[in-house]
Design a protein around this ligand. Structure first.
Ligand SMILES: Cc1ncc(COP(=O)(O)O)c(C=O)c1O
Length: 425
């Protein structure tokens, strides 16, 4: 049987089992046991799958763009949309402020920060632009730093910052794969070589290959060198379970529309209290220095998306942040571990589970051009029914990014490993 027909047969069988589960799944509970045990409980994750409107005609391993809403969250979003569209300004002028505050408080609670330390934004990029354009503590001779694993548009923005504020910029090239110590070493040397660095971008989970950076230790080194750190947690919150305190950073930019599963249009800006002064208030906002809300101006935005934040967090907590993190890392292990043995395949980013997330990256040995990876992506899609995406921004070259979701069965990852093995020959 051709791989395509095999895939269709498998999908049909899986669709049938999902339907059978969906009724009993209305009131599901996370099973007891450690996150590592829960991660391997395939029955539980099938129940989780039944809570999503999953597409069965393709194995979609490109879940890093944004996150699918679970059915209860989607339902809540529809209801909020209806409410807003029904009562319009009557509702928004009279009641929305309190409801928005409740959404903001739910994020503060989930991140274990104070409400005035976190403000909702439309996406991580808005939060990032607020920080870099309102940053006001450069002096002549100051320098800034970013790395090749950072989000490509943010690298471009750091170049813009360097040009427009006349501060020298440094881009670090990090190893294509490595341990925490390997990455820390590159940053340590960069700080020692460039004592004028004032501000840096530090990505928690890279969108190129899912590598988890040792943020806490790098942020500590940066603090010792008096460097302000903007931590990009856009891809990490919900993929990993953490708080800003645990990361040891003062400023972080979040997305809720990736791994927390809110509707599209929700990000957040975190600034620890007493750290706001170097970043000016948003133009025209009250200059008070105690509330990060005055660093942001939301303007007219998707009211219903913000209103759905408590619903998304409730679903996230029901499954459990630690369980999600462990399950997604287990899915990463299930395709990377067999392929590590294959001399024709290169796994990028994490050297082991210690610095891996659920997102991963690979390429065929010696094939690092965008064109070669485009051909590989197409082959996976057309011959094996597996959808992935090519990323082109690492110094070491292009790769295929692989991102399952919490509703991805482990069998899909095994199919990926088989497909890559077949292609690699
Ligand atoms: C690491 C990282 N940073 C920033 C972003 C930008 O997120 P958004 O477009 O939601 O602002 C992304 C999006 O994929 C990302 O992966």
């Amino acid at each position: 049987m051709s791989p395509r027909r095999q895939f269709l047969k498998y999908s049909a069988a899986f669709a049938a089992s999902s339907t059978a589960l969906s009724l009993s799944a209305q009131q599901f509970e996370s099973p007891p046991g450690s996150a590592e045990t829960v991660a391997r409980d395939e029955h539980f994750w099938q129940v989780v799958r039944s809570q999503f409107d999953v597409q069965n005609d393709i194995i979609n391993l490109e879940q890093g763009y944004w996150g699918k809403m679970a059915n209860p969250v989607q339902q809540a979003f529809f209801e909020h949309t209806k409410k807003v569209n029904h009562a319009m300004s009557w509702y928004v002028r009279k009641q929305y402020k309190a409801d928005f505050l409740a959404a903001r408080e739910s994020v503060a609670d989930a991140l274990k920060v104070k409400t005035h330390e976190i403000m909702l934004t439309r996406n991580a990029t808005e939060s990032f632009v607020n920080l870099i354009t309102q940053f006001n503590d450069f002096k002549a001779g100051d320098e800034i730093l970013w790395a090749d694993i950072d989000y490509p548009a943010y690298q471009d923005m750091m170049v813009w910052l360097s040009d427009s504020r006349n501060v020298k910029g440094h881009e670090l090239s990090l190893p294509a794969s490595g341990t925490d110590d390997d990455y820390i070493d590159v940053y340590r040397k960069a700080f020692e070589r460039n004592p004028r660095i004032k501000l840096m971008l530090l990505t928690h989970v890279s969108n190129q290959h899912g590598l988890v950076m040792p943020v806490k230790r790098i942020a500590q080194l940066a603090r010792e060198h008096d460097i302000y750190v903007i931590c990009d947690t856009a891809q990490s919150w919900g993929l990993l379970d953490f708080t800003p305190d645990e990361l040891g950073v003062d400023w972080a930019i979040f997305n809720l529309h990736k791994w927390i599963g809110s509707p599209v249009g929700v990000g957040a800006l975190y600034m620890r209290e007493q750290t706001l002064a170097p970043v000016m208030p948003f133009p025209g906002e009250d200059p008070g220095d105690n509330d990060v809300a005055n660093r942001v101006h939301l303007a007219t935005s998707d009211f219903a998306s913000f209103l759905s934040v408590p619903d998304a967090l409730a679903f996230h907590h029901k499954i459990g942040g630690k369980n999600k993190e462990a399950r997604l890392r287990y899915l990463w292990e299930s395709w990377t571990l067999p392929l590590r043995e294959n001399p024709e395949v290169e796994i990028l980013g994490a050297a082991s589970s210690d610095n891996a997330s659920g997102m991963g990256g690979f390429r065929l040995k010696g094939k690092s051009s965008p064109e070669e990876n485009q051909v590989l992506q197409k082959r996976l899609e057309e011959d094996f029914g597996i959808f992935t995406v090519v990323r082109n921004d690492l110094s070491s070259g292009s790769n295929i990014r692989v991102t399952p979701q919490i509703f991805t069965p482990v069998a899909h990852m095994q199919k990926l490993a088989e497909a890559i093995t077949t292609i690699a020959g």
